[in-house]
Design a protein around this ligand. Structure first.
Ligand SMILES: [Fe+2]
Ligand SMILES: [Fe+2]
Length: 206
């Protein structure tokens, strides 16, 4: 597939960097997220080049070591939640946005936020953020369970609904596996809940 929305030299530069920074399997995931982010942006009339950039760069820091992640957090002056101190890997999304900014000169706040929010979500997520958040969880390589098939279909019909349901699935997974839940994931859930309830009420009244 030819993907031609983003400036070609930048895409080539990012791919060359990723080739050194992540294993081949991770790179395939990244390319599937990029492709799904493009498709969702087209479907929902969003800026396709921004969705592509954020999709391609969402996991720049995926393979950073805990000490690398913590060093960036310290240099940026972030206050860490105990969940991040306990599991620095949770920082890879925010650190990825720093790499996109500092290594690839990305300045667009929508793109940087979409990268930063792709794992934990955010109550401030916009539609582009939702695109990358759901593409990361629902890209075809994630599997083919009935739940994933349903969420994929939903993401093309109702982006915010799919974001809410993806957030719920992520919370369920964390709780079932006795993993810490970052407060931002709870805040994301709670911020999406009122519109989810509204959509349910409207669809049951119809
Ligand atoms: Fe990630
Ligand atoms: Fe990812």
């Amino acid at each position: 597939m030819t993907i031609d929305f983003m400036a070609r030299p930048l895409r080539r530069e990012v791919l060359q960097w990723l080739d050194q920074a992540v294993p081949a399997k991770r790179l395939q995931h990244i390319l599937r997220v990029e492709a799904m982010a493009i498709a969702l942006a087209q479907q929902h009339n969003l800026a396709v080049d921004r969705a592509q950039q954020a999709g391609l760069m969402h996991d720049l820091a995926k393979c950073f070591t805990p000490s690398q992640l913590l060093a960036v957090a310290e240099a940026e002056g972030w206050t860490l939640d105990p969940a991040e101190t306990d599991c620095p890997h949770l920082l890879h999304a925010s650190v990825g946005a720093v790499v996109a900014r500092d290594t690839f000169g990305v300045t667009n706040p929508q793109v940087l936020n979409a990268i930063a929010h792709h794992t934990l979500g955010s109550p401030d997520m916009d539609a582009l953020g939702c695109v990358v958040y759901v593409a990361d969880s629902l890209e075809p390589g994630r599997g083919d369970t009935p739940q994933l098939q349903h969420l994929r279909q939903l993401s093309y019909r109702d982006l915010w609904g799919a974001t809410y349901e993806t957030c719920v699935a992520s919370l369920q997974h964390l709780l079932e596996n006795r993993r810490p839940v970052h407060p931002r994931t709870i805040l994301t859930h709670n911020s999406l809940l009122p519109s989810h309830r509204h959509r349910k009420a409207v669809s049951s009244a119809a």
